[in-house]
Design a protein around this ligand. Structure first.
Ligand code: DHB
Ligand code: MG
Length: 218
């Protein structure tokens, strides 16, 4: 019964089951809730990772022992908080954001959470921001969650700037269900998959929109 279906991608989760599991494992405290609910309150797009994906980021950073992390696409700082909370005190997250309003909201959420010293928001377009922070590398972890048409560019940067054994994580790996479309954006997301798989031991975790996890090969 269940197994062939689930391996083929049939989902048993529905919104109420997802909500139950979010509440059971990934309930938000006040600091995370501030960042998670900021989009609705400020009119910025509500495109942050889900509660459970955020929790997964938090656990992966802790599991991997990452000290130097990079994020592309800060938005309101929800995933930045999830990452930065698991860094050691002398760890650092560089997070790149091109929209000044998003960066301001995120900075407030990060400072309110007591993580202002551990997180630097780089106000820049993705490629320029990455070029700017590259001298701080090599990095232990890179999380991509930005414009999809440059996912291939970001993935190349990540592989070049991660230490061997470092982690790459990529959100929206199913590209909102459009991964197999004949568009330039879909092609860039597929190129990310191919490039990560070529350089990492990797998997696409079947979260609602797919989350790539790769460990850079030596
Ligand atoms: C965009 C980025 C995201 O991470 C997302 O989930 C949706 C849209 C974007 O930059 O367009
Ligand atoms: Mg996203």
């Amino acid at each position: 019964m269940a197994d062939d279906d689930s391996r083929a991608g049939i989902r048993y989760a529905d919104p109420s089951i997802v909500r139950y599991c979010d509440d059971a494992h990934a309930a938000l405290d006040s600091g995370l809730l501030a960042a998670f609910s900021a989009p609705k309150q400020t009119g910025i797009p509500a495109i942050m990772v889900g509660k459970s994906e955020g929790r997964l980021l938090n656990l992966l950073v802790r599991l991997s022992g990452a000290k130097r992390a990079v994020e592309v696409g800060t938005l309101a700082g929800f995933s930045a908080l999830q990452i930065a909370r698991s860094l050691p005190k002398d760890g650092h997250l560089w997070t790149i954001e091109n929209e000044p309003l998003h960066a301001d909201v995120a900075r407030q959420n990060i400072v309110d959470d007591g993580l202002g010293d551990r997180v630097e928001i780089v106000l820049a377009d993705g490629p320029q921001g990455l070029a700017q922070i590259a001298p701080n590398g090599p990095f232990d972890l890179v999380f991509l969650d930005a414009d999809k048409e440059r996912y291939d560019v970001y993935a190349h940067w990540a592989i070049e700037n991660l230490r061997p054994g470092g982690l790459i994580l990529v959100d929206n790996a199913y590209f909102f269900g459009q991964l197999l479309d004949e568009t330039d954006e879909a092609a860039a997301v597929r190129a990310m998959h191919v490039y990560v798989a070529a350089h990492c031991d990797s998997v696409c975790i079947p979260t609602p929109d797919g989350l790539v996890l790769g460990i850079k090969r030596s």
